[in-house]
Design a protein around this ligand. Structure first.
Ligand code: PMP
Length: 393
């Protein structure tokens, strides 16, 4: 059979690390590979009450089709929460999506023709890279340090390349590096986006999970021209299984997302939207987030202390003030995939960093997740990776 697929499918291939990571599904594996929240923190008892209340009070509506834009009381609550990071919005500025991942896919669909340019951080979120890849763009990566993108480099790209369609950034506890942009860089990003008339996609699933220090204002808070699209989600502050996220943008842009959503899935799951809305009515989400942060903070501390103790001295890694990840840079000649092969023999896994660079390279990096393993396993797992690294360096 010679089935002819669309050209975009050439771009969407299972990666070699996915094959390696399949081995990590065995129960004895200590995995720092995924980006999963800690399931023991999901509010299961509360959700039993929530589901019952939704069905008792509004069962017929909860199981019916509903508006593409989303459930208005939930959109109002989200708009209110956005004030915490300096974004002034109302329900009308918000579209509820099936996770923020759907907002990323829509972004590709709305903006990209074959060969258009996506400007992103180097490295960037693999799920976004893959979502955009389906629309056949070219990626231009911008060097990123502890404060965010290098703004001179960004300006030289924007001033010389013709078909840049948007700039994609994850300014808070980035996936994969765990780094957070400074306020100055956020302002400068908006300034350059205005100057060169380019939209910005601000993807922010982790900002609320800050363990210490002040949360900076969103990039969107500096936007006076409705050019920043903010993507949010309840996946990391509540639970990812419900698949509730949102796209916040000015009317012109938001209408495009709404239109595309109609063609994609008509609307986000009505029941799930009402469940989160009811949870927010009956319980205190901030209190719940505090519980999550307490657990993750301790896990981060255990991981970083173990890295200090067991990793070779000269390695560089991020000290994240929140979120789910830290990022390790090995000496240039070392391939993290080779380290992973050896680590898997010792029943430990992580994600080699190469695939977070859309144009390849930087095989000497890897990402470690600390949210999904208990403290004792984190310590054992890091000790084992340390052993492999000491043998290889
Ligand atoms: N953006 C980033 C940076 C992420 O890390 C993730 C989840 N891993 C998402 C978006 C998608 O999250 P969700 O669809 O669950 O909201």
């Amino acid at each position: 059979m010679a089935i002819k697929y669309a050209k975009r499918m050439d771009n969407l291939k299972a990666s070699e690390i996915r094959e390696l990571l399949k081995l990590t599904e065995k129960p004895e594996i200590i995995s720092f590979a995924g980006g999963l929240p800690a399931p023991e923190l999901f509010p299961i008892e509360e959700m039993k009450k929530v589901v019952e209340a939704v069905l008792d009070e509004n069962g017929m509506q909860a199981l019916q089709y509903s508006a593409t834009e989303g459930f208005t009381p939930l959109r109002e609550k989200i708009a209110k929460r956005m004030e915490n990071i300096g974004i002034k919005a109302s329900a009308d500025d918000i579209l509820i999506t099936s996770g923020s991942q759907q907002g990323l896919d829509f972004t590709g669909k709305i903006f990209l023709n074959d060969g258009d340019i996506v400007v992103c951080e180097s490295p960037s979120y693999l799920g976004a890279i893959n979502a955009f890849k389906g629309y056949l763009p070219e990626f231009v990566e911008v060097t990123t340090d502890d404060e965010g993108m290098d703004m001179e480099e960004l300006e030289s790209i924007l001033s010389t390349k013709e078909n840049v369609k948007f700039i994609y950034v994850i300014p808070d506890f980035q996936n994969p590096t765990g780094k957070t942009w400074s306020v100055e860089r956020r302002k400068k990003l908006v300034e350059l986006a205005n100057k060169y008339d380019i939209p910005v996609i601000e993807d922010n699933p982790y900002g609320e999970l800050r363990f210490e220090g002040e949360r900076p204002p969103a990039v969107k808070s500096f936007d006076t021209e409705d050019r920043v699209v903010f993507l949010g989600t309840f996946s990391k502050t509540f639970c990812p299984g419900l698949r509730i996220g949102w796209t916040l943008a000015g009317q012109e842009l938001l209408q495009k997302y709404i239109f595309v959503k109609q063609g994609s899935d008509l609307q986000t799951n009505t029941m799930a939207q009402r469940e989160i809305n009811k949870f927010l009515d009956l319980y205190d989400l901030d209190e719940h987030v505090e519980k999550i942060k307490d657990v993750y903070r301790k896990r981060r501390d255990v991981m970083l202390e173990a890295m200090k103790e067991y990793f070779p001295q000269k390695l560089k890694y991020t000290y994240p003030e929140g979120g789910l990840f830290t990022w390790v840079e090995l000496p240039e000649e070392l391939d993290a995939k080779k380290v992973l092969e050896k680590a898997i023999e010792l029943n430990v896994a992580f994600v080699p960093g190469g695939s977070f660079f859309p144009n390849g390279g930087k095989e000497n990096t890897f990402r470690l997740n600390y949210s999904n393993m208990p403290e004792d396993k984190i310590k054992i797992g890091i000790e084992r990776i340390g052993k492999v690294l000491k043998e290889m360096i």
